[in-house]
Design a protein around this ligand. Structure first.
Ligand code: SF4
Length: 74
């Protein structure tokens, strides 16, 4: 993948005033749900749109246990 190409493609879809918000949301989604080692795909709100759905845990109960909440970051 070419990150610069992806950046331009995403930038064309989202109004510029929302770019920082989108970036923050993506970071937090990664921290809470889409972990690099074991994504919680079974409870992910983006699953219907994600081309990588299924690389992580798909069992809902097991996926739910993987989700981090705000208290986990304190
Ligand atoms: S469905 Fe996609 S975005 Fe969601 S946790 Fe799985 S890999 Fe990440």
């Amino acid at each position: 993948m070419d990150p610069v190409k992806v950046e331009h493609e995403v930038g064309a879809l989202i109004p510029q005033k929302e770019w920082t918000n989108l970036s923050q949301r993506m970071i937090w989604h990664g921290r809470r749900v889409c972990h690099s080692r074991r994504p919680a795909c079974g409870v992910c709100t983006l699953a219907a749109l994600c081309p990588s759905v299924g690389i992580g845990e798909m069992d809902v109960m097991k996926a739910k246990a993987l989700v981090k909440v705000d208290a986990d970051f304190r």
